[in-house]
Design a protein. Structure first.
Length: 545
């Protein structure tokens, strides 16, 4: 198994099975639809609710515009915005939760659990009949709040809470634990006093009952005498308080005593207050953590965008007998679009290329720069488009990480012979537009994306250009942009928008406006690159019409 493989573990009552994912570039969909990789059949779960994806050397989770949202460690995710994951993260999909486990995750402290036995009674903790005004507990709550909110980690919060809990309740042990899966294992986040964790097990039955979101305790009436598994350890009473974040049970504050006589009804309010403060402190820490991750991601995207802008070149111009107009519109995350026009000094003709590197962020940006540099070097050396594309694919195969590839389109133009050859590497979006703006789709002999197979030969598709025809290339960010109803733009609307267009510049302007009007207030899901190419002689002829 790859060192970057992960496991998605259902928590609590979640009906899914643990799923192991490999870092192979495939997207794992969580949702209600029958085709989802992790299917959760509940009205609160959208058909395609969220996704897990390994890209640019790390795992991410993305809310797919779900109706009720997706939480990461209790914090709501921005729809369609990938968020990096770390081992131990919890993903909330109401009413359930999943845990993200990574092979490299640091080992957690694990404690054994036991059922309370058939005769044990679980009762909900009712508010005390008479409000306790114990000044000592109130002072302790005030004092502990300072150390709780000054804590910089969950472990520090847990130590402060469990210490205050033992002092305020006179229980002999307090722990803060988190469920690791459906097998009853618990991760210990903090405990007091020191060394108390492994002395006695925690009641699995009690924790399971507290998953419903209410404090519970083991009853001390005569029926408790049948709870042999707990009595055998010397426990005479226990209390479990759920720690909630945004209405989700995230962890548990667990107290028990062995010899001391503790009235849990008297200490319930104090313990519940500590549980609520723990949830607030955890939420604050997780919000700070996600903000930090988001800043890192935005910084990477800014660098990637700078790389992309420098590599794209001029938005319009001419080389040899070929002229073009192009625009590159950034999506909400940089996705590594490539465009270039190259005239060889050793061969006749001009080569135009447009590509799209898989993934988003700095990694694809760097791969895009490497691809562009390699291709320019090949073309400058007089290597033809067919051989250059073959060599480029082998170059990416040997250097890209798992799941990285690029779709590519390359057009080789001989203006003198009016001979145009198109090489397709999994790209698929091409139109020929005549001088009246009438567009027709090109049927091409497509190949696999570059970087997928070694020694793959790309077959050319010849294109016949009449006077005034323009070749239109665009990335999938244009055709696959969705509107507010979730419908993709598609090539039919693109062709309709070009009717009456008479130049390369007008082609690009019309499609840019089409994209803007179609998406409206939505962020563009992907980078969009649009390029229109024609022979200069035809441009002169067209302007004379």
């Amino acid at each position: 198994m790859s060192s970057e493989a992960c496991t998605i573990v259902p928590l609590g009552a979640c009906p899914a099975q643990p799923m192991q994912l490999q870092a192979d570039g495939k997207v794992c969909i969580v949702g209600r639809s029958a085709g989802a990789s992790i299917r959760l059949d509940h009205p609160s779960i959208s058909r395609q609710h969220a996704s897990f994806h390994f890209q640019n050397g790390r795992w991410t989770v993305t809310d797919l515009g779900s109706r009720h949202g997706t939480l990461l460690n209790g914090v709501a995710l921005e729809p369609r915005q990938p968020m990096p994951l770390r081992g131990g993260d919890r993903i909330g999909l109401q009413p359930w939760a999943l845990r993200f486990d990574l092979g490299a995750t640091a080992a957690a402290t694990v404690i054994n659990t036991t059922d309370s036995g058939a005769g044990g009674t679980i009762v909900m903790v009712a508010p005390p009949l008479h409000e306790s005004a114990a000044q000592r507990q109130l002072d302790l709550l005030i004092q502990s709040s300072i150390s709780i909110y000054a804590a910089s980690s969950e472990a520090e919060v847990s130590t402060a809470v469990t210490t205050a809990c033992v002092e305020g309740t006179k229980c002999e042990r307090a722990l803060i634990v988190r469920v690791m899966g459906n097998d009853g294992r618990l991760e210990v986040i903090g405990a007091w006093p020191e060394g108390c964790v492994q002395k006695r097990p925690v009641s699995r039955t009690l924790v399971r009952a507290a998953m419903q979101g209410k404090p519970v305790r083991l009853s001390e009436d005569e029926s408790f005498g049948a709870a042999q598994s707990i009595i055998g350890t010397g426990v005479t009473g226990a209390l479990c308080i759920p720690i909630t974040i945004d209405a989700h049970v995230d962890a548990f504050l667990y107290l028990d005593n062995f010899e001391a006589n503790v009235n849990f009804d008297d200490v319930a309010s104090f313990s519940q207050a500590l549980g609520r403060w723990t949830g607030l402190a955890f939420m604050r820490l997780q919000s700070v953590e996600l903000e930090s991750r988001q800043r890192e991601l935005l910084e990477e995207l800014a660098v990637a965008r700078q790389v992309q802008e420098r590599m794209m070149g001029a938005s319009s111009g001419s080389r040899g007998e070929v002229m073009w107009s192009m625009c590159s519109i950034p999506g909400q995350v940089v996705a590594g679009d490539i465009f270039g026009v190259h005239q060889s000094k050793t061969q006749t003709g001009v080569t135009v290329f447009l590509g799209d590197v898989s993934g988003k962020g700095l990694g694809p940006g760097l791969l895009m720069a490497a691809i562009t540099a390699h291709l320019e070097a090949q073309l400058s050396a007089g290597i033809g488009a067919e051989k250059a594309l073959y060599d480029l694919s082998n170059f990416v195969v040997s250097r890209a990480t798992a799941g990285q590839f690029a779709t590519f389109a390359m057009v080789e133009v001989d203006a003198v012979a009016r001979k145009v050859q198109l090489f397709d590497a999994g790209h698929g979006y091409y139109l020929v537009v005549d001088h009246q703006g009438k567009a027709k789709k090109l049927e091409v002999d497509g190949g696999v994306p570059i970087g997928v197979l070694e020694d793959f030969l790309y077959e050319p598709t010849p294109i016949s250009l009449d006077r005034g025809d323009r070749v239109l290339l665009f990335s999938d960010g244009l055709a696959e942009q969705r509107n507010e109803e979730g419908t993709m733009l598609g090539t039919e609307l693109i062709a309709q928008a070009l009717v009456g267009s008479t130049s390369c510049g007008e082609d690009v302007t019309r499609l840019s406006e089409l994209l803007k009007g179609y998406a409206k207030q939505l962020k563009y899901a992907d980078d969009v690159t649009i390029a229109s190419v024609m022979l200069q002689a035809d441009a002169t002829t067209s302007s004379d019409r």
